[in-house]
Design a protein around this ligand. Structure first.
Ligand code: ATP
Ligand code: MG
Ligand code: MG
Ligand code: MG
Length: 477
């Protein structure tokens, strides 16, 4: 089954040689020209069919969507925009596709429509580009950390802890849920469950990751995380992938430097290795923008936006400074952010985040030192007694892409905060042990992988950057 990938052929196949290619028919014109695609690139390879010497029955089976194998001679192409084409000497139908039933037509389909036909969605140019970019970004994440000696640590999917304390967990049980065993007082008896206790799908690998960092010094996780939240937004999924590095001997500044370096590295990697796909996505967006009224169109196209992000230092300001900016903003004259004036301490909504990034600073922003009330228990407390060493990175068009902090390494402070927040310290004894034996300053963050892919591809909905999106009422495929 030797075949050459179409991308490689188009990039520099030796004309005059015999090649075998396999793929799916995009179109078949005039019984003569097949546009063949194998997913390695959005560019189709033109196959020239010698229809006079080809069996009529075979010609009929070369239909849109069919899988075929072609052997022939690679020749120079006179067609516009293509370098080479294949003059077929043999064509084999590997899998028929009934043209009456094939749902992909050579026209534009809405992304919503494509989400309903899982397997064909992959055959479109848009999703081909998105998933190749996603692949590159994942690889670049590993490359970035591996080059710096980080250990890729696999934290558990099934866990007992709720790291974020937001109560957004999916429960894991092997009970007959219609008829679970109960205690004498009638409550569900988790002692009899598979794990001998209540367990859930992880919302974050951070707490376990910290244990790794307190021995291996620099670790990262990169795996699926789950949140039973209202993910009916364009930025939330119920199942998403998160990259969570945790570094010993790091403070908040080191943490910000690391996150900024990671983002810039992976974006520039994608720009370099997926130029063609990103150019395609840029073009796709430009066409979409043309439908909008002039004043709603964005100033920068996708390529410029990515480049801009590489060329500029991220703006670093505190939460308190951000609130002042939002209060003073001309935008607020319309009472947009009025409620922020009423009390320092509110969490920012994505409209605030996007205002800071897109209108005020016009570049990525790192917000630090949030009020402790709106952040998780494990963040290091500042001496003011009110704020913690948190950082959120905000991106244009996205809002929060990274959430992180320097961790509270002082046992007494940590326990005190847990008590205030009614988090049982006994249950997290294994975590608190890291503060008992050789505690040291350390920091880390979580980068939502799909938010990154969303940014780099310029797609509008997070459901369209993951192969099989999970959101409310959607787990069939
Ligand atoms: P948000 O404020 O957007 O709900 P968060 O503050 O709840 O995010 P964190 O707990 O800080 O999220 O998680 C770290 C990162 O994981 C976020 O910065 C974001 O990039 C990503 N993330 C969080 N929740 C989701 C989700 N439901 N779907 C996709 N990515 C997510
Ligand atoms: Mg959230
Ligand atoms: Mg948040
Ligand atoms: Mg966050």
């Amino acid at each position: 089954s030797q075949r050459t990938k179409i991308k490689a052929l188009l990039a520099g196949g030796q004309t005059g040689t015999e090649v075998t290619v396999k793929g799916w028919v995009r179109t078949f014109r005039n019984n003569q020209f097949i546009a063949l695609n194998d997913g390695s690139t959005n560019n189709n390879l033109q196959i020239v069919v010698d229809f006079q010497n080809t069996d009529e029955a075979l010609l009929k089976r070369i239909t849109t969507g069919a899988a075929i194998a072609v052997t022939g001679q690679l020749i120079e192409s006179l067609g516009k925009g293509q370098t080479v084409e294949v003059k077929a000497t043999s064509i084999e139908i590997l899998g028929d596709s009934d043209p009456e039933k094939y749902p992909l037509q050579p026209k534009k389909h809405s992304l919503e429509f494509l989400r309903e036909i899982a397997h064909l969605r992959f055959r479109t140019n848009t999703f081909g580009a998105v998933f190749r970019v996603r692949n590159s970004l994942a690889f670049a994440v590993h490359k970035f950390f591996q080059e710096q000696g980080f250990v890729y640590l696999h934290t558990p999917i099934i866990t007992a802890s709720d790291a974020e304390g937001a109560g957004e967990m999916f429960h894991v049980t092997n009970f007959d849920i219609g008829n679970p065993p109960r205690t004498e007082s009638g409550e569900v008896d988790f002692k009899q469950d598979f794990f001998g206790r209540a367990a859930n799908l992880t919302v974050s690998g951070q707490l376990e990751g910290e244990l790794g960092a307190m021995a291996l010094s620099d670790i990262y996780t990169f795996g699926p995380t789950f949140r039973a939240e209202n993910s009916n937004t364009t930025r939330h999924l119920a199942e998403f992938w998160m990259i969570e590095p945790e570094m010993a001997f790091y403070d908040l500044n080191d943490n910000m430097d690391m996150a900024e370096a990671l983002l810039k590295y992976v974006i520039s990697y994608a720009l370099e290795h997926n130029k063609e796909d990103i150019e395609f996505l840029t073009q796709r967006l430009l066409e979409e923008e043309k439908q909008k009224p002039q004043q709603e169109r964005s100033e920068l196209n996708l390529l410029d936006k990515l480049q801009f992000c590489l060329d500029n230092d991220f703006m670093r300001i505190t939460y308190t400074e951000a609130i002042d900016i939002l209060r003073d903003s001309s935008h607020n004259k319309k009472k947009k952010f009025q409620y922020l004036i009423e009390g320092w301490g509110a969490d920012l909504q994505s409209e605030h985040e996007r205002y800071l990034v897109e209108k005020h600073f016009k570049k990525p922003v790192i917000l630090t030192d949030y009020p402790k009330e709106i952040k998780a228990f494990y963040m290091r407390q500042n001496d003011d007694g009110k704020t913690v060493r948190a950082m959120d990175i905000l991106f244009p068009g996205i809002g929060e892409i990274v959430g992180g902090s320097q961790r509270e390494e002082r046992l007494d402070r940590l326990e005190q905060r847990m008590n205030e927040m009614h988090i049982p310290t006994e249950e997290l004894w294994w975590y608190l042990d890291t503060r008992r034996f050789g505690a040291c300053p350390h920091a880390g963050f979580g980068l939502g992988f799909e938010r990154l892919v969303l940014f780099v591809t310029g797609m509008g909905n997070i459901r369209d950057v993951i192969p099989f999106p999970r959101f409310p009422k959607n787990a069939e495929f």
